[in-house]
Design a binder for this molecule. Structure first.
Ligand code: BTX
Length: 324
């Protein structure tokens, strides 16, 4: 609710301070009893609040949840995450975001879930999204860019996620074109960009982001254990998911503004600085067959250029890449 949003915004702005019931009541425009009720609701959700007579309330500790409240507390963005739809369990956040996209929700609206039972990657491949362990979310953007430029947003998102992971953990992930984020060669994040378009006009871009955060190796099914990792495995510590989500929103909002103002070039430069495949021998598995050669880089539109042994340069729009 908007009252709840105002309440959490006030605690965010006055981080660590006590806020009196009267101050909060005036600020959000309700009675002190209503404030008290909201505080009790937060307690039920796992927030620890301290209440001191004559001083007021203070949030001591927030639970490790990815609810709208949890993400809202401390969030400083102005577009991304202003509207958050949280679900404990969903089939896929992409599906819900697609529905919302058609309903004209504001740009920057996010759908986030604690668990997905039908999470999907590209070409409908399953995306393992166990409860309480990761960040499973879909973000709705509405850039006025031509349709063929939409894949640039996948690369932009990858840069944002790499930076956000760095902000929260000091780990240094790498990007494998187009949408994998790896740490020590194992996948820690997948990004899936889908479009809603009419004629050649973009209506919504739905950016699905799956980040493995607190899984241990044994949490993965056997077939993923050798290819997947998590931030906790790599860092050796628990990582707070809501803080990571906030960092992604912050980085994404900044890069998106830069992109809308200056175009893809600055994003491309950042992307290249995190990419591992460039200059290496790769095999690209595409729907029309496999190509082997050297990865030269990406074009200004984000398309991968591969030079085969005959010296012919191929432009690759969609593929799975194997390095080496
Ligand atoms: P992708 O097609 O590049 O990768 C899918 C492949 O990754 C799978 O075939 C499997 O081998 C491997 N994989 C599956 N689960 C995991 C995992 N948890 N960690 C590492 N590797 C895994 C990547 O597609 C895009 C994934 C986007 C996921 C987000 S989550 C929120 C949103 N909702 C949704 O349904 N999808 C997106």
């Amino acid at each position: 609710s908007t009252l709840r949003k105002k309440l959490l915004d006030a605690f965010t702005e006055h981080e660590g301070e006590y806020l009196s019931g009267q101050y909060l009541a005036d600020l959000i425009g309700c009675s002190r009893t209503a404030v008290w009720k909201h505080i009790e609701d937060l307690r039920h959700e796992g927030f620890e609040l301290e209440a001191i007579r004559r001083k007021g309330y203070r949030i001591v500790k927030a639970p490790d949840l990815v609810t709208a409240n949890e993400i809202r507390l401390g969030l400083k963005t102005s577009i991304i995450g202003q509207e958050i739809h949280y679900h404990e369990t969903v089939d896929s956040t992409q599906k819900i975001a697609h529905r919302l996209g058609f309903e004209n929700v504001p740009e920057g609206t996010v759908v986030v879930a604690d668990e997905q039972v039908g999470g999907r990657g590209r070409m409908n491949r399953p995306w393992h999204s166990a409860k309480g362990t990761g960040v499973w979310m879909s973000i709705i953007l509405r850039p006025s860019i031509p349709l063929p430029k939409a894949p640039q947003l996948t690369l932009l998102t990858a840069v944002a996620v790499v930076q956000a992971i760095g902000d929260c953990t000091e780990l240094e992930p790498h990007i494998k074109w187009p949408n994998d984020i790896l740490i020590n060669g194992k996948k820690v994040t997948g990004i899936l960009t889908e479009l809603q378009a009419e004629a050649d006009q973009i209506h919504s871009v739905i950016i699905g982001i799956g980040i493995n955060v607190n899984q241990q190796k044994s949490d993965y099914p056997p077939e993923l254990q050798s290819i997947a990792t998590s931030l906790a495995i790599e860092k050796g510590e628990f990582v707070n998911r809501a803080e990571l989500i906030q960092a992604v929103f912050t980085r994404l909002e900044k890069l998106y503004a830069l992109y809308l103002e200056k175009g893809f070039l600055p994003i491309k430069l950042l992307w290249e600085s995190y990419a591992i495949s460039i200059g290496k021998k790769i095999t690209a598995r595409t729907l029309s067959g496999n190509l082997t050669g050297k990865a030269l880089g990406i074009t200004d539109d984000g398309v991968l250029m591969l030079e085969d042994d005959q010296g012919t340069i191929h432009q690759i729009y969609s593929a799975d890449i194997e390095i080496g």
